[in-house]
Design a binder for this molecule. Structure first.
Ligand code: HEM
Length: 450
């Protein structure tokens, strides 16, 4: 079936192909697939550079996690005295034990990366405008669930790395006003994590979070259909004709998805065969490693903690950014840029400018603050929450305000372009923070070359 054939002929052919052979089974699979997916999709949405297959890759990785997780559950013991030993036994004595654990480890990490890239592509193609508003919010929920799945799984091997990385994260809960102390007390023994924490993380990781992910994913896919499929890609300024050329989903879309899934699986499996998932010494609550770092996906927040007051790093800044993401689809933008990468020509340039500025200014501020001008030293008699929290964050907000005014005055940027530039700045800054914490902080958290 080729794209050039009239649509009626294509769906007819697809139907004939699937009902050939064993008619009963074929019809069931055919109608299942056609209910799960539309019968036809707009020709243009098949362009690979619209999605890069990222949403589909995330879905495949979730499936890999569910399958390998189910296998690991046969062996794992959620008890501090047995957890580490059960993993050692899995690796040394079970057929393919090490391989399956490595697949689970690598695809969990890739899932965060792939979901993050998918989130960026949805943002930069303006796919959060109505009618995709609700799906944007479901996607945000999915992202939080993926982080929770990763963090809760991180603790399970109960080795030094897991124990101390999770301790850092649960210790940060104390800075959440009103509920922080209660959250910490419900998870473990104050700031310490213990058998109770392991049990809660195990239940979250193997039951509640996967269940929520599967439900949200089903809802997410259904909303893609309800919105009439993916955003239709177009060039800046291009007017689309009301009726789009459509092609049959099977085989046109299905084949593309199968190729992406096969390549992804080949990559994850090869990586897992070559590099085993790490496993350190059993957890020792009396001996913390130096340096003790949070998992890489929270390392940016840990780096922020080195520069601003914990309440701001752990609560205020994530809350501000989270609220921005939630209200984003409700902002009344002058242009609906759905389907146009970066929205416009000016949008592309301002995003590039914002990325370059964020890269340079974030590196400079980290080095200057760390080595020369700790904000708290400027105002020694002022409470730290003001000198190390309120003042730096207020200065950053002033900088953002000035940047918006300049963009409006100098390049006549629209609200779409300004919001996008601020988003790019925040994203690049966070990535720089993450890289600095992961690679450029050594013993005693001293800043230096890796
Ligand atoms: C487990 C995580 C996720 C999975 C499995 C997933 C899966 C998918 C798939 C398969 C699609 C359709 C095709 C594609 O874009 O590749 C899609 C579209 C979409 N996703 Fe996700 N997604 C996830 C997370 C997210 C996140 C974090 C966001 C953003 C906050 C998001 C927002 C959207 C939106 C708005 C669409 C519609 C895009 C359009 O119409 O072009 N998703 N998702």
């Amino acid at each position: 079936v080729t794209k050039q054939q009239p649509i009626k002929a294509q769906t007819h052919l697809a139907k004939r192909y699937y009902t050939a052979g064993d008619p009963g089974k074929r019809i069931i699979s055919n109608s299942f697939l056609f209910h799960f997916r539309p019968r036809t999709v707009p020709d243009r949405t098949l362009q690979f550079h619209l999605t890069w297959g990222l949403g589909g890759m995330a879905a495949v990785l979730v499936l890999v996690q569910l399958c390998t997780g189910l296998l690991l559950k046969f062996v794992y013991e959620p008890n501090p005295a047995l957890a580490h030993a059960s993993i050692v036994m899995l690796q040394n004595e079970m057929q393919f034990g090490k391989f399956i654990r490595s697949i689970h480890h690598w695809s969990a990490n890739f899932l965060i990366l792939v979901a993050f890239l998918h989130f960026l592509r949805v943002f930069f193609t303006g796919a959060f405008h109505p009618p995709r508003r609700l799906n944007w919010l479901i996607g945000l929920g999915l992202f939080v669930l993926i982080l929770l799945a990763n963090l809760s799984g991180y603790l399970l091997p109960w080795d030094q790395l897991a124990f101390w990385a999770v301790t850092i994260c649960t210790a940060a809960l104390a800075y959440i006003p009103w509920i922080g102390g209660w959250l910490q007390a419900s998870l473990g023994d104050g700031a310490e994590i213990d058998a109770n924490t392991l049990h809660i993380f195990y239940s979250l990781h193997t039951a509640l979070v996967p269940l929520l992910i599967v439900v949200c994913m089903a809802f997410h896919f259904w909303r893609v259909r309800k919105a009439g499929g993916l955003v239709i890609p177009k060039s800046p300024g291009e007017q689309l004709s009301a009726k789009q050329d459509r092609v049959a989903t099977i085989p046109n879309l299905l084949l593309r998805e199968a190729v992406v899934a096969a390549l992804l699986l080949a990559f994850v499996f090869s990586l897992s065969a070559l590099f085993a998932a790490p496993l350190g010494e059993p957890a020792n609550p009396g001996l913390s490693p130096n340096p003790t770092k949070a998992p890489w996906y929270f390392a940016g927040i840990q780096e922020m903690l080195m520069h601003v007051h914990p309440t701001f790093a752990v609560v205020v800044v994530p809350l501000l950014f989270g609220s921005f993401l939630i209200i984003l689809p409700f902002i009344r933008f002058p242009h609906n840029t759905a389907g146009i990468w970066f929205g416009s020509y000016i949008g592309r340039r301002t995003s590039l400018l914002a990325a370059a500025a964020a890269l340079i200014l974030t590196i400079i501020s980290i080095v200057l603050e760390d080595k020369f001008f700790a904000a708290t030293k400027w105002f020694p008699s002022t409470p730290v929450i003001i000198s190390g929290g309120l003042i730096p964050v207020a200065l950053i907000l002033c900088f953002f305000g000035t940047a918006c005014l300049l963009l409006k005055k100098i390049v006549a940027a629209t609200l779409n372009e300004i919001v996008q530039a601020l988003f790019v700045y925040a994203m690049v800054s966070y990535i720089v923070f993450t890289i600095v914490m992961v690679w450029f902080r050594g013993q005693g958290m001293v800043l230096g070359w890796p």
